[in-house]
Design a protein around this ligand. Structure first.
Ligand SMILES: Cc1ncc(COP(=O)(O)O)c(C=O)c1O
Length: 433
């Protein structure tokens, strides 16, 4: 496969853009490639790079896409919205329609606020929890990723862990002193810590199903412990559903899991592929936000008409009958096929899958927490990744990231992918023999 144009673009990029990328997760250094692949066009399940190579895409813009690239209804909604102006700096009706749609899908949300990214939404939800409780401490879980605001970049997963900087430089000691990072799925440690310091904790922040060190479901009693210990201590529970909402079902995953957090954070899919974030919850909490209450949050582009138009078109398309069942079927075929292909070549892998989301870890131990992924074979993954790229399959260049099947993927795409994976696992087997 020729990647000459990507190579040239990267050489140009590094002269002007730090590391040549606008998000460190896009660096190909972790998979031992000299440069990332520059994409030029996306359509449906496919991306085309600057050299004209076509890829079946499972990156899905890190989970922001669920309908595939350039879905016609979304593209049309954005074009029409742009004709009416791109930003007003005033309230507009689409904000209300969009809020109504979200509330209808997520019963735990009585009031909502739209911001521009998951990062902003999490950052504000923490401030809101602190404002609501008058407390400072935050409990979170190792390897969960909640964006790049100061408190959540301690013990962070996703791109931060890929580059070995889960605890970013530049975070003041004062911020760090208020953050307690615990192992995911460890109800015993959580209970012990909450017994000791729970009275100072403003919120327990959690990905209800992890999407940032692979796809990792909660153990049966883990979320129960989150809610019980928080309630006992008078702390709030924040669910970061930036990846999980609308990924597995029409609505948030909290309603399938049977829990109601105090604050729900949303992003990615709800923007239909445009920048967005949102946080919401019961009116009693949300009305603490300005202009009604003392917790401040603002933003020039918050609730911008393009993102909301794209998001609303996306939500409407997601209501298509049988869409989530189809994603689940394709995800299951892909996950089973990957397990079988790896087994045929004697390569130990753990494939965690839920619906159209899955992760492939080169390990023989169950992946229930972050440390299991840290111990997995990054060399084997890097080789697998390079083989898949060469075969025209686009994955995230990291052992921590998930694969996302979209509504645009077909059974033929999955079959093609499994054939490519068969050869990639064979290469891994040869390299480790
Ligand atoms: C669970 C979760 N929360 C928050 C974020 C941050 O969202 P954004 O990249 O839109 O700032 C991400 C991004 O990957 C995420 O996966």
């Amino acid at each position: 496969m020729r990647l000459q144009r990507s190579q040239e673009l990267f050489r140009r990029a590094v002269q002007h853009i730090t590391g040549g990328v606008n998000s460190p997760s896009r660096s190909f250094a972790p998979v031992q490639m000299e440069h990332p692949i520059y994409m030029r066009r996306g359509h449906g399940a496919y991306l085309w790079d600057a050299d004209g190579n076509r890829y079946i895409d499972y990156l899905g813009a890190y989970g922001a896409l669920i309908l595939g690239h350039g879905h016609p209804a979304v593209a049309e909604a954005v074009a029409k919205a742009a004709e009416r102006g791109t930003v007003y700096g005033t309230p507009h009706e689409l904000e209300i329609s969009f809020a109504e749609h979200l509330k209808a899908a997520i019963p735990g949300i009585e009031k909502v606020r739209f911001v521009n990214s998951g990062t902003e939404a999490v950052m504000t939800s923490i401030r809101l929890a602190r404002g609501a409780t008058g407390r400072g401490k935050l409990v979170k879980f190792a390897g969960c990723y909640h964006g790049h605001s100061d408190p959540v970049l301690l013990g962070a997963g996703s791109g931060a862990s890929t580059l070995g900087i889960s605890d970013s430089a530049g975070i003041p000691d004062g911020v760090a002193a208020d953050v307690i990072t615990l192992p995911y799925n460890d109800a015993v440690t959580l209970a012990r810590v909450m017994d000791a310091v729970g009275q100072q904790v403003a919120a327990v922040l959690v990905e209800p199903i992890v999407g940032n060190f692979g796809i990792v479901p909660p153990e049966p009693h883990f979320l129960q412990a989150v809610h019980e210990t928080a309630a006992k201590a008078g702390a709030l529970v924040i669910y970061d559903e930036v990846i999980t909402a609308f990924r597995f079902r029409y609505g948030a995953i909290q309603d399938e899991l049977g829990y109601k957090p105090d604050i729900t954070v949303l992003g990615k899919i709800i923007g239909g592929g445009l920048p967005i974030g949102a946080y919401g919850g019961p009116a009693a909490i949300m009305d603490l936000v300005a202009p009604l209450g003392p917790v401040y949050q603002d933003g020039t582009f918050c609730g911008n008409p393009l993102s909301l138009a794209a998001g609303l078109a996306c939500l409407k398309a997601l209501q298509e009958h049988g869409l989530y069942e189809r994603l689940n079927r394709l995800g299951t075929v892909l996950a089973d096929g990957l397990r079988q292909a790896a087994a045929r070549h004697g390569v130990p892998v753990v494939v965690n899958q839920k619906g159209g989301a899955l992760s492939v870890h080169f390990t023989d131990e169950p992946v229930k927490d972050f440390t299991a992924v840290e111990r997995s074979d990054a060399q084997a993954f890097a080789l697998f990744f390079r083989e898949m790229i060469a075969a025209g399959i686009n994955l995230a260049p990291s052992i921590y990231e998930a694969w996302f099947v979209t509504a645009a993927h077909t059974a033929e795409d999955i079959e093609y992918t499994l054939n490519a994976a068969e050869r990639a696992f064979a290469a891994v087997a040869r390299a480790t023999a």
